[in-house]
Design a protein around this ligand. Structure first.
Ligand code: BYC
Length: 315
């Protein structure tokens, strides 16, 4: 088949909702788009462990500690599924991590904000995992098979994360005045960064049009952001907390909440590396990677020893 025929066949498959699998022919642009998105997604899961890992030793009870520990461990697992999905596209995990350390690959802006209080563990679960689920439920229908399948399991785990966060806040708002104020302060600090997780407005999103044509993304950044706001505002009301947006108002005609302007200067500053915790996050990731070198070497040596033993046994 000529390149034109291959491209047409590929797009027909996509249009008919047939999943693209690793050994199928795909345009180079599609492969690169997926490597970029899946690897950034994987990096986000792993870097996302840092703000919460910070609170494991300070959780207020054994029950909270166990739940938080399990959640953070799940995020590591999500990173691993996603690196594996990216590797099916013909790139090594080592290379993906090198791209992150060299500042060539991004990770979600949200993880460059500090987790200052225990209430932040609630807000991260509720808002950050809540936003992640909105985005990832759509990705269970993405056109690339390994990515779509990884999302199914990830979404199940994220919904537990979202509930554990919401339950932390529910407990705080039913506690003392100080605890309720702590919950409100946390919502004040995480609300806008959570809205930024969905990426720039559609007219400024360089990848959306092509990504939607290839059905990698199934909804645009603005559609998902609106869906998140519509779902989350009633949850804030139930907690008795106030969303920090004076322009937030239900619009009967649109059937959606109207909301105030997002500070895109802040978003781009954070994305470019100048957020409150960017340097600390990268420093911690690089240190963990270097300190873990011996584990990777030992695992490789063990795998080689086993393979050699198997070969001798077969011979
Ligand atoms: N932060 O054209 P656009 C989690 C970049 S973690 C940083 O709209 P696209 C969790 C974008 O990469 C879940 N950068 O891009 C873990 C692009 O730059 P490049 C994380 C951002 O790809 C622990 C440029 O801006 N989820 O669940 O069409 C604890 C233009 O943007 C951001 C995912 O990664 C951002 N927020 O759409 C708790 C989901 N937004 O690459 C929870 C998978 C945009 O050209 N990713 N940029 O240099 C996606 O769905 C899409 O990549 C995005 C962006 C919606 C994020």
């Amino acid at each position: 088949m000529s390149d034109n025929q291959l491209t047409k066949h590929f797009q027909d498959q996509i249009d008919q909702e047939v999943k693209i699998e690793p050994k199928d022919w795909m345009p180079e642009g599609y492969r690169q788009m997926l490597i970029r998105q899946i690897s950034q997604h994987a990096h986000s899961e792993v870097i996302g462990m840092l703000p919460e890992g910070n609170w494991i030793s300070r959780a207020p009870s054994l029950r909270r500690k166990v739940a938080l520990l399990a959640k953070v461990q799940d995020e590591a697992g999500h990173g691993l599924y996603l690196y594996s999905a990216a590797e099916t596209l013909g790139i090594d995990r080592d290379e993906l991590i090198a791209q992150l350390h060299q500042g060539k690959a991004k990770y979600s802006s949200i993880f460059n904000y500090p987790s200052l209080t225990w209430a932040d563990m609630g807000a991260i679960g509720w808002l950050v995992d809540g936003a992640a689920i909105m985005n990832q439920v759509m990705l269970t229908r993405t056109s690339y098979g390994p990515y779509a399948r990884a999302m199914v399991r990830i979404c199940k785990e994220e919904s537990f994360h979202q509930r554990q966060g919401y339950e932390i806040l529910l407990t705080l708002v039913r506690g003392s005045e100080d605890q309720k104020a702590m919950a409100q302060d946390s919502l004040n600090r995480w609300w806008w960064p959570a809205l930024m997780m969905f990426g720039p407005n559609d007219e400024d999103s360089v990848h959306t049009q092509q990504s939607m044509a290839w059905k990698i993304k199934r909804k645009t950044n603005d559609e998902l952001r609106q869906q998140f706001i519509d779902a989350t505002v009633p949850q804030a009301d139930y907690l008795g907390l106030k969303v920090p947006d004076p322009d937030l108002k239900w619009n009967d005609e649109r059937g959606h909440y109207d909301f105030g302007p997002i500070d895109w200067d802040e978003f781009w500053q954070v994305v470019k590396g100048y957020g409150p915790c960017n340097r600390q996050r990268m420093r911690d990731h690089i240190a963990a990677h270097e300190e873990g070198a011996w584990v990777r070497e030992a695992a490789l040596a063990y795998a080689e020893k086993r393979a050699a033993r198997l070969e001798t046994a077969v011979a």
